[in-house]
Design a protein around this ligand. Structure first.
Ligand code: ZN
Length: 554
């Protein structure tokens, strides 16, 4: 998927506390500026969406095409800003914010952004309170919505599920907080850490380098890695429960496994009705069992409220005790103090149980996954991951190379130049595949043919005798030594940062013991994507330890 940088959006200054109240007009100005920038960016799309344009089609013919703006792939705060909705509102449906964590089978009215627009223009000026209440109930802000009113664009369909932000950096992060709380309550943290450290290496899986509790910041890739092993590690940490823990442990494992299963299925490149029904049933299991983690869902506000209530209660009890202190014995006083402690902790637990909830937007997003697949296809193709990766090349690289003065302009021009050169090189490469030798413009520079894509193959090397050196290995495998050398030199150049590590002559590596070549890269077709290959690395370390674990001889 090509990603082109079209514009850099202005970031308005943040006003908090007093300054936010003092600048009431600022949010409106910010929204207007954003709208104006998007109008400018989307303006060229308007005439072609209406009248169409002749384009080369994949079948080799030219067709009249109507390119339309069809997806906005971003995190929730960006959606909320662009669609003009509240931070706890869904851009697709009118779910009330206190029902975001409810049963996924419940359906809500689809948002009608055109209706909102009409309501704003046609409302009675005498009744501003009525319209404000209407929009507040629906979680919509009055004002300009960036995507409303574009030709042939359905604003409600622009939002796409995003695995990176809603699952890996959203729900997985929350889940690990709940799991941590649960382990702490049942004193199983050490068992979890021990199991975590013992995870053996496996092709395509990076072994965690630190103990679980030492990791302070998680990235999307690490969260995905965690998703692959969390069920097994948790099951190991929660083994041998006593009779009072058995049911709780079972529910916690069911809940975590259901969420893992759901996300693994959500990553499928193609779906059938069966896979979708599995996805839905995993989601329902997750919602049914999530109550086990409710006590660990305490928000900062609830925590502060509980502390306040506890302080007030303690003061009240102390006052009461001071009045009665003369009439009590020492043993009596101690018993009373114990009773007070129990009562305070009960009150705190009651409040937390009452106030805690699962009503956050990323919990609700999952309910739209299956319907999205039915209408638009697999979820993974809409991930923000590719866009986030492109930040490095398209923005950060240009910024670092600039003198930080008028950086936006320099970022755009730097990227424009790099992109144009990249396209040119790709064109030359594509042309060179067609003809054996091509001449680049009028400079007479000849480019040799790039060898066509060879079929990857893997060679099993075990069980061969008389192969102590590389030369003997070549003879045993019936590969010409010079070909092997060429490939090895090419590999060393790509992987070794230091040129001095290159062998001096072509015969030198031939005498090296074959044990030194201890890594084999095996191309394996990707799951559901047979034309894409994943490189898995098989390693042979002999008796030496591999990373933190024992020896590895794949
Ligand atoms: Zn929704």
């Amino acid at each position: 998927m090509p990603i082109l940088l079209l514009a850099l959006l202005p970031v308005p200054p943040k006003f908090t506390g007093e300054s936010a109240r003092a600048n009431e007009a600022q949010p409106q100005t910010n929204a207007d500026v954003l709208r104006a920038v998007f109008d400018l960016v989307l303006a060229p799309l308007q005439p072609v969406a209406q009248e169409g344009t002749v384009m080369n089609c994949a079948d080799g013919k030219t067709c009249l095409c109507f390119p339309i703006f069809s997806a906005c792939i971003a995190d929730h705060p960006e959606h909320a800003a662009l669609q003009g909705i509240g931070s706890k509102s869904c851009p697709k449906c009118e779910v009330p914010c206190e029902e975001l964590g409810r049963d996924p089978r419940l359906m809500y009215e689809t948002r009608d952004y055109m209706l909102y627009r009409v309501k704003v223009f046609r409302h009675e000026p005498a009744e501003p309170a009525g319209i404000a209440e209407y929009f507040q109930r629906l979680g919509v802000k009055i004002g300009n919505k960036v995507f409303t009113g574009l030709d042939r664009v359905s604003p409600v369909d622009l939002h796409k599920p995003d695995l990176l932000h809603s699952i890996y950096l959203g729900l997985f992060k929350h889940r690990m907080e709940w799991v941590e709380g649960f382990l702490k309550k049942h004193k199983r943290q050490q068992a979890f850490d021990d199991a975590w450290k013992e995870i053996p290496p496996y092709p395509g899986f990076s072994v965690p380098k630190m103990a679980y509790r030492e990791i302070t910041q998680w990235q999307g890739k690490e969260m995905r890695n965690l998703g692959r092993c969390i069920s097994a590690v948790l099951a190991s940490a929660l083994r041998n429960p006593d009779s009072s823990q058995y049911q709780d442990f079972k529910s916690a494992l069911n809940c975590v496994s259901a969420l893992v299963d759901f996300t693994l299925m959500a990553q499928y490149g193609s779906h059938t009705p069966d896979t979708l029904s599995y996805m839905e049933s995993y989601l329902q299991t997750f919602h049914r069992t999530k109550v086990i983690f409710l006590e660990f869902r305490t928000s900062k506000a609830t925590g502060a409220q509980a502390n306040r209530q506890d302080r007030e209660l303690r003061k009240l009890m102390a006052d009461q005790r001071a009045k009665e202190v003369r009439h009590r014995t020492v043993a009596n006083r101690r018993r009373l103090a114990d009773q007070e402690t129990v009562e305070r902790s009960d009150q705190r637990a009651d409040l937390i149980q009452r106030e805690n909830h699962f009503n956050f937007i990323k919990m609700h997003y999952m309910t739209h996954f299956a319907s999205h697949v039915r209408r638009f296809g697999s979820i993974s193709m809409y991930s923000t991951e590719i866009g986030e990766l492109a930040h490095e090349d398209q923005i950060k690289d240009g910024y670092h190379r600039s003198n930080k003065n008028e950086a936006a302009r320099r970022i755009l021009s730097h990227y424009g130049r790099q992109h144009a050169l990249g396209i040119r090189l790709q064109t030359i490469e594509a042309l060179s595949k067609v003809e054996s030798v091509i001449v680049v413009e009028d400079r007479g520079m000849e480019m040799p043919t790039v060898p066509s894509h060879s079929t990857p193959r893997r060679v099993l090397k075990s069980g061969m005798k008389n192969t102590s050196t590389l030369t003997e290995l070549c003879t045993a495998l019936n590969i010409h030594y010079s070909n092997m050398m060429q490939e090895i030199l090419c590999f060393i150049r790509q992987t070794a940062a230091d040129d001095r590590r290159l062998p001096a002559g072509p015969t030198e590596p031939g005498l090296l013991p074959v044990k030194g070549f201890a890594q084999l890269e095996i191309p394996v077709p990707d799951f559901q994507e047979t034309d894409r290959l994943q490189i898995q690395r098989a390693r042979c370390t002999g008796t030496r330890a591999f990373r933190n674990g024992g020896s590895r001889n794949d």
